[in-house]
Ligand binder design. Structure first.
Ligand code: KG4
Ligand code: ZN
Length: 336
């Protein structure tokens, strides 16, 4: 089955052509980062307008790279939620019209399910497994018993991990988005500053990242004069912050692994493109004897191939949506 995937839930306009759930024939991502950078974060209205400008060329490019035409598509998978509703609507309305004109089935995909399943684009992973999904909007730990069977074990009680990276970068005037910038700075620094590692409660598998963000704010407040601010050890702050975030993620994963006795761990989401995080999890997996699966960095960040994979799975099983589905700004994964 040849599927066209479309993703417009946030600030990436993306399209991909996927064959038989395995072969990525194209995976085009147009990032709007430059548009939102001056504002230090995604401006929803600007994001929707830019998706409108880009959806046609991005889909055309994905088809051209695959060497195929719209008529060759046997189904269309589009992100239905969660995300910015105006942004989602652009992809969803476009997908619906393509389906109506070409008389092919439509399936609306949950963005988080896309991240969880992104690993299947590159690896076969037997069930059950633990999935840690760490992005700009979500930080969740799932027990995955099969496709569509996701038990939420824990999630963030406040900021998502990626959001914390972005907010700390903004506080330090480093630019947007923060993840990649903090990672590069951290490589030049030492994790000398001991920021607190929040544990919501010993038996909970939830995360919390607002405390570490406040700890960085308070640390920076200690540099009161313009002269002392010049001496702000930005690289050490970045290294210390990054270490603390990864420590907190690893601690909860070990706790979940011990409780559920799972042998396999799958990582997903934009933050997982972080090289330091990947190395730390590899070390942990060796020590704890867990089999670890990590998608390539370009599969961790938002893309349409992961949406096409989930769409392919459901369409192959005859599960399609009607053309009057709406966009869902909130949508718990595993709930239809
Ligand atoms: O999964 P994603 O592309 O989009 C969402 O669904 O949110 O994740 C975006 C998030 C942003 O917060 C960004 O700062 C973070 O992933 N990120 C990183 C890195 N690259 C992207 N965080 C840490 N280190 C990175 N190298
Ligand atoms: Zn995402």
């Amino acid at each position: 089955m040849i599927i066209l995937g479309i993703e417009t839930s946030c600030d990436e306009t993306a399209a991909s052509v996927l064959k038989d759930g395995k072969e990525i024939l194209s995976n085009v991502v147009y990032s709007q980062i430059a548009l939102h950078r001056p504002y230090g974060g995604v401006v929803p209205e600007l994001a929707s307008r830019r998706h409108l400008d880009n959806i046609v060329p991005v889909v055309e490019e994905a088809l051209a790279q695959a060497g195929l035409k719209l008529e060759n598509m046997e189904g269309i998978a589009v992100t239905r939620g969660p995300g910015l509703v105006g942004a989602l609507l652009v992809g969803l309305c476009f997908a619906k019209s393509l389906c109506a004109v070409n008389r092919v089935p439509l399936t609306g995909v949950n963005h988080i399910e896309g991240h969880i399943c992104s690993i299947f684009l590159e690896h076969e992973v037997p069930f059950p497994f633990l999935s840690l999904t760490v992005s700009g909007g979500h930080t969740s730990l799932f027990l995955v018993k099969g496709i569509g069977a996701y038990e939420v074990l824990g999630q963030t009680r406040d900021d998502a991990a990626g959001e914390a990276f972005d907010k700390v970068a903004k506080l330090l005037n480093l630019g947007y988005p923060g993840g990649g910038i903090i990672e590069s700075l951290a490589e030049k620094g030492e994790p000398k500053i001991r920021f607190p590692r929040a544990i919501p409660s010993a038996d909970s598998l939830d995360f919390s990242f607002s405390g570490i963000k406040t700890a960085v704010v308070n640390y920076v407040k200690g540099f009161t004069t313009p002269d002392s601010l010049k001496k702000l050890p930005t690289e050490d702050i970045a290294a210390s912050f990054q270490e603390a975030v990864v420590d907190m993620l690893i601690r909860k994963v070990i706790q979940a692994r011990n409780r559920f006795k799972t042998e396999r761990l799958v990582l997903a989401g934009g933050v997982v493109s972080n090289g330091y995080l990947r190395r730390r999890f590899q070390e942990m997996a060796r020590k704890e004897e867990v089999e670890l699966f990590i998608p390539s960095p370009h599969i961790c960040t938002d893309n349409a191939a992961m949406i096409a994979w989930v769409g392919n799975h459901y369409l192959e099983r005859g599960k399609q949506d009607s053309l009057d589905i709406d966009a869902l700004s909130r949508w718990r994964v595993g709930v239809s």
